[in-house]
Design a protein. Structure first.
Length: 270
């Protein structure tokens, strides 16, 4: 099996990457920088986001696994002292289909005033904000006008991204196997003149949300950790992607347990 390692730019993550290569070589795993079957991310959730976007063109054949070198990450669930165990699992189970979980992604087509639309699949979310002042944008659901929004912006998240920015905005945590996208508002203005739905909405597969900013606004669009500053976006077309992300689950780590570990459990708790 071919693998590649992407590590965060710190001493511990670099050291672990070196150790990983040594252990993997002894177990007959072959490094391939261009055509890996499994990509190991060493660092934090941000490192996994980078690994995901680096190998986004190869989502059909690549599966990811994450080792965290800080606190437990949502994508990085192996600890630094479990390196040997992980390599042993990889050597034994390789890319065994029964050990792969696949999660939905958010797809966005970004239409600007000129040129072809640009397409991204996001692991966590796509956001749109006005850089200064109030964003004014129409929201269309399945091609029909739903509301005219005034406020800071929007976050459109995947289910696996629902515990990230979406959660900070008061969005619901969604089990990552549910094929859906969630749209959360950022500080909408709601009074007797302006009205938005005001609560997060969740769309199933095959439904689409279009966000149409009024022309001439300075905008920031993000796709996970990627930032773009564009002043000529005419439409963001968001839906559940027809691609999925694959993670190697060499051992079970139930999602709700991960949520508890990430948000609820104190150091001293059971
Ligand atoms: P980063 O690596 O510092 O990540 C920011 C935080 O988000 C970290 O604590 C990370 O562990 C956590 N995180 C990332 N994905 C997660 C997930 N799926 N579930 C739970 N927590 C998750 O910053 P970055 O490398 O620029 O990462 C970009 C991500 O940061 C974005 O995708 C966005 O979700 C998140 N973010 C969050 C906020 C917020 O909560 N107010 C604001 C901006 C960005």
């Amino acid at each position: 099996m071919r693998y590649e390692v992407l590590s965060r730019d710190d001493a511990l993550s670099g050291e672990l990457a070196e150790r990983f290569h040594r252990l993997a070589g002894k177990r007959g795993l072959v490094r391939s920088e261009t055509e890996p079957d499994v990509v190991v991310s060493i660092g934090g959730d941000g490192t996994m986001l980078q690994a995901f976007h680096k190998f986004r063109p190869a989502l059909d054949r690549v599966a990811f696994v994450g080792i965290h070198t800080g606190r437990l990450g949502f994508f990085a669930d192996w600890q630094a002292d479990e390196l040997e165990r992980l390599v042993a699992f990889m050597a034994e189970h390789r890319r065994d289909e029964s050990r792969i979980v696949r999660y939905p992604l958010v797809r966005v087509d970004i239409h600007r005033a000129a040129g072809e639309p640009v397409r991204y699949d996001a692991l966590n979310e796509v956001t749109i904000r006005r850089r200064e002042g109030t964003l004014v944008a129409e929201v269309h659901l399945n091609g029909l006008l739903f509301e005219t929004f005034r406020g800071d912006g929007f976050c459109v998240s995947s289910p696996i991204g629902s515990t990230a920015y979406n959660k900070s905005l008061g969005g619901a945590i969604i089990h990552p196997t549910l094929e859906s996208i969630q749209i959360t508002e950022m500080a909408s203005i709601n009074n007797r003149v302006y009205r938005t739905i005001g609560s997060p909405i969740i769309l199933p597969k095959h439904h689409a949300c279009d966000i149409l900013p009024r022309p001439g606004q300075p905008l920031t669009v993000t796709v996970d950790h990627l930032h773009f500053e564009w002043d000529d976006v005419v439409r963001l077309h968001c839906r559940v992607s027809d691609k999925t992300v694959s993670f190697m689950r060499y051992r079970p780590f139930p999602f709700w347990q991960r949520v508890r570990e990430g948000f609820i459990r104190n150091e001293g708790d059971e």
